[in-house]
Design a protein around this ligand. Structure first.
Ligand code: 5AD
Ligand code: FES
Length: 349
């Protein structure tokens, strides 16, 4: 089948065979068709709405040692920081004033923040901002911990699966980590009742087209509310310093494919996409993404949360970031809405 027909088949049926997926992933011939179909679909479900999530990167200490990540445990060059409970709450206050109704608390896997401290912070945010969604992104925990976070008032959780292929997973992570546990976490989170976000990096070292097909199949099994993908970006202080960064074109193509396969999903146009290209986030929106996640962390620590190099949005005030993104979203042909922004379902659209 021609790729043009493949794109139309995907739009009509939300499904392609493995072989068809490989074909559509490996040619740039009909990207514009894919983008147009994906944008048409996103407007049918979400009109021109773009949801904002205020990202608070509250610690860059991490007990893990993922080979791709700039804040991995063994990176001695990383200057480490932690935000206090009060500093985190201040970020939320500022965010609320700026119109954010979702706070994403993201950090390395930092044992300093015990379950009870996380629960304490979450329940305080829940009490102060009852109309907001609280998202956690703090890695792999036990089911009991996840349940405690949920009971304290958190209602969303972001945990990318990173790659759904066992062998590829082992090339990206040390032996202490496993794909099986990552999947266990994701299914536990769903089962508890969290709205779950998963995803992977595009162009990570050793990634093959077959790996990406496996990622798509895993997402079809998990059915997450949010799917976050962004290009892998090299960091000099990691074992992968000699690998090239992932490509913007493949990331955009994948966003469009995901929009057509998961019409109701929340798909962020990520900071990593904005980092590899000055218009990356705008192009991500035009390819089917419908979420942006501006930085609400205190300006003084933004540069330190360096998962990868040259990260954007590290110098601006929270308010400037919000305004900047507002203009960028408008210039792409969409508009930011102040709403909690839950994923829509088939019956609502
Ligand atoms: N390049 C791009 N994304 C990265 N992440 C971690 N390191 C990098 C990198 N070097 C992503 C991972 C993680 C998310 C928080 O950031 O996918 O889940
Ligand atoms: Fe952060 Fe533009 S969105 S500076």
């Amino acid at each position: 089948m021609k790729t043009m027909e493949l794109a139309e088949k995907l739009a009509a049926t939300r499904e392609l065979s493995d072989e068809e997926l490989r074909q559509i992933l490996e040619t740039d011939e009909f990207d514009q068709t894919l983008f147009n179909l994906a944008d048409k679909r996103r407007r049918e479900v979400y009109w021109d709405e773009v949801y904002v999530r205020g990202l608070i990167e509250f610690t860059n200490f991490c007990r893990n040692n993922c080979y791709y990540c700039g804040i991995r445990r063994d990176n001695r060059n990383a200057e480490r920081y932690r935000l206090s409970r009060e500093e985190i709450l201040d970020c939320c206050e500022e965010g609320y004033r700026l119109g954010f109704r979702t706070f994403v608390l993201q950090g390395g896997e930092d044992p300093y923040y015990t379950d009870s401290l996380i629960c304490d912070i979450v329940s305080e945010i829940r009490a102060r901002f009852p109309d907001c969604a609280i998202t956690l992104s703090i890695g792999e925990k036990s089911r009991d911990s996840y349940q405690a976070f949920f009971d304290a008032g958190a209602n969303r959780y972001l945990l990318r699966h990173e790659t759904a292929d066992e062998l590829h997973y082992a090339k990206l992570h040390p032996d202490s980590m496993s794909l099986a546990n990552r999947k266990r976490c994701l299914f536990d989170l769903k089962d508890i009742g969290f709205q779950v976000g998963s995803g992977f990096m595009v162009g990570s070292p050793y990634q093959t087209t077959d790996n990406i097909v496996a990622d798509i199949r895993f997402l079809q099994e998990l059915q997450p509310h949010m799917i976050g993908i962004g290009p892998y970006i090299t960091h000099a202080d990691t074992p992968f310093s000699n690998f090239e960064s992932g490509s913007m074109t493949l990331t955009l193509r994948l966003i469009a494919i995901l929009r057509l396969m998961f019409p109701y999903a929340l798909i962020p146009s990520t900071t990593a996409l904005g980092t590899i290209h000055p218009q990356g986030r705008e192009l991500g929106l035009k390819a089917g993404a419908n979420v942006v996640m501006p930085n609400l962390s205190p300006v003084g620590v933004r540069k330190l949360y360096a998962l990868y190099e040259n990260k954007i949005c590290t110098g601006e005030e929270a308010a400037q970031c919000r305004g900047c993104l507002e203009r960028r979203v408008l210039s792409a042909g969409y508009r930011i809405v102040t709403a909690v922004g839950n994923a829509k379902t088939e019956t609502e659209s």
